[in-house]
Structure formats: C-alpha cells, structure tokens
Design a binder for this molecule. Structure first.
Ligand SMILES: [Zn+2]
Length: 250
C-alpha cells in the first residue's frame, strides 16, 4: 500500500468515525488530508456510498482549487471543498481538515450559548476547547467559493477550530487523527455547555482547576488523542446506528 492509499484509508475511517459519533449526517460533511504541493485527498460524493457512515472508497486526490470537472468518474466534488483547499494553502503547519454538521454546535450557535469550562476531569481534552473558544462565522450559507473559504481561513488564524453558525464546524490538525479528535472534543464541550445552560446552571470551573487540568505538553496531548482515535475507530466498526447528541433527531 502506498502512502497516499494509507492516507486515503485514514480519511475514509475518519468519515465513518464522525458519522458513527453523530457529528455527520447522511452525505454531508467531509475530511481532507494534504498529499503534496497544492494537492489533497478529499471525501467526495459517490452514489455507491450512501453517506459518510459507509465511506470506503469515495476519496479522491484533487487540487486545492479544483473545479467541479476534476472529479473522478462516478464521483462529485463537494461544493464546500473550498474550506479545505483554502485552509491547507494558508496553513503550512496543518495537514488535515474536518468539516461536519453536529447538532450540538448548531444548538449552541443559534441559541448564543457560549462554550464554557463546565467539564473538569470528566474530559480535560474537551475542557481545553472551551478555554480557547473557537471563533464563530456568523453566516449559515454554504462555503461555496474560494473567497468564502479564504474568509474561514482568515477567521481561524491562530485557532484549531471554528463554529459556522446555523451550519457546522471546521477543525484542523497536523494529522487526520488530530483534526478528527478535535471535532469530537468540540462536540463534547458544546453538548455539555448546551445541557448545562438548558438546566439553568451557571457553574464554571475555577482558574486553579483549569490550570491543573489543561496540559500544554504535546506528548501528553498526542497520546490522549491517539487513545480517542483508537476507541472511535473500533466504535465505528462495531456500532451500526449513529449515536451522540440527540441521536433521535438524526
Ligand atoms: Zn457544510
């Protein structure tokens, strides 16, 4: 297996994980990975694969600024491919991008519920997402042009994630694994923030608790991310139905 084929397998697995965990519905959402100068692997639409949950082969290598005509036979390029192309072009330190539509951030976004430090040792990785909250892109429309993709890249300068209000989220990482785990954690903190808000809670962790729980050690962070990735890879393999926030709305 070549390096590109192995990476395509990771993009497909990440797609199945995000759908199994309830962050991606039907055929919407996509994962990308940098392959070389101006080139990326991207989860595309493929009529033989009914949605992200069942992604096996609908991954194509295309240019960052690929026109729709660059789609391989039997596939269609996602309209929102510009999110991926513009971020990978603007951020040489990242190698992967995730864009999905979770219920959790849809609710926090439209209701104006802040992502808050409400999870302690319950999930320190998710807590970190609230300590450095993602910027919010205020429009809910499709990111259907290079100009809108560039707006997302500019908004995310210095951030690993952003929330597209009424629409979804974007996360980036040095690897497919990292970008995917960041999306899972952002979903967790959004879910927790929404539930706490709806319960009328104003609880927030103290600064001393946050300082103790949120580590800045890259080795510790990477080990924890890999553990989460391995768990969800098996979860995706064994779980037939989507789960996650308000799964009955799937
Ligand atoms: Zn979208």
């Amino acid at each position: 297996m070549t390096g590109t084929e192995e990476l395509a397998g990771q993009v497909a697995l990440a797609s199945r994980i995000l759908a199994a965990a309830g962050l991606a519905r039907e055929a919407t959402g996509h994962v990308s990975a940098r392959t070389g100068a101006g080139r990326m692997l991207l989860r595309c639409r493929d009529d033989r694969e009914p949605g992200l949950r069942f992604t096996e082969r609908a991954v194509a290598e295309i240019d960052f600024d690929a026109p729709a005509t660059q789609a391989p036979d039997g596939m269609r390029l996602p309209i929102e491919r510009h999110i991926h192309g513009q971020l990978l072009a603007a951020r040489p330190e990242i190698n992967a991008v995730v864009h999905v539509h979770p219920w959790s951030t849809w609710l926090t976004g439209i209701a104006g519920i802040p992502l808050a430090p409400v999870l302690g040792a319950f999930d320190p990785g998710a807590l970190a997402c609230a300590v450095n909250p993602p910027p919010v892109y205020p429009q809910s429309w499709l990111i259907n042009s290079a100009a809108r993709g560039a707006d997302i890249a500019a908004l995310m300068d210095g951030h690993d994630a952003c929330v597209l209000r009424g629409h979804g989220i974007v996360t980036v990482g040095a690897s497919v694994e990292q970008a995917t785990v960041r999306a899972l954690r952002l979903n967790t903190i959004a879910m927790a923030s929404a539930m706490a808000h709806l319960a009328g809670s104003t609880y927030r962790l103290g600064e001393d608790e946050i300082a103790e729980l949120v580590t800045a050690d890259p080795a510790v962070i990477a080990a924890a991310e890999h553990e989460v990735w391995l768990h969800y890879a098996e979860f995706a393999a064994q779980t037939p139905a989507p789960t996650g926030f308000l799964p009955f709305l799937y």
